[in-house]
Design a protein around this ligand. Sequence first.
Ligand code: C5P
Length: 238
Amino acid sequence: MTKLKSHERTFVALDTSDLLQALELANALSGHVGGVKLGKEFFTACGLDGVQAVKECGMPVFLDLKFHDIPNTVAGAIKAALLVSPCMVNVHACGGETMLRAAVQSAEEAGEGRPLVLGVTVLTSMDESDLQKIGIECSVSDQVLRLAYLCQINGLDGVVCSAQEVEGLRKHLGKNFKLVVPGIRPHWAQNNDQKRIVTPADAIAIGADYLVIGRPITKADDPIEAADKIAAEIAAGT
Ligand code: C5P
């Protein structure tokens, strides 16, 4: 596999329901980041047509819809998503192994250019007491590892995880399992509502494959400059 250029590591999160704003940013940032991440906010407002319009700006799209349903429905949702040829899609790992396998099987219908299928393990908004209340009696890190392993043995390509989880997952699941990491803040950006943050260069250094970065780029006075700065920091490892 060819080594990624440093700007290709970043997927910019376009967390907006405004199609024009998304298109403006996607056009401006094309060539300065590796792709865009479109989630439930954008998708609920703008649908697959909106995703297609953003895609036409020329960048790969990570469609972050975190599917979680019965296997047949998840397979159908992924099949529908293939219409816009996303490079990554994701599902909740706690949907169970039949659902995970159905998701991968559906993605495989796209053939060689199929999207990576990623698992979502434990949402970073949840702590151990939240897990206990839904009947899970182990630590967050054990549950993350358990679900990431379930993803791996059922053919998923990787997981979305916090920077805190990267080293453990890399150690247990090997170098080919993709780790996609949000909660990234360059030292010059505001933390916003993110609490456990790491810098772009540190996240790559500890083993992340891709970074999901939103506001440090989208809310910057100059989003292109911010994206370029992040790429330069990753390249320099600082
Ligand atoms: O603006 P910011 O860089 O905080 O955006 C991060 C993106 O990653 C958002 O789209 C957010 O929903 C997503 N995300 C996250 N933490 C997770 C999972 C996803 O921040 N654990």
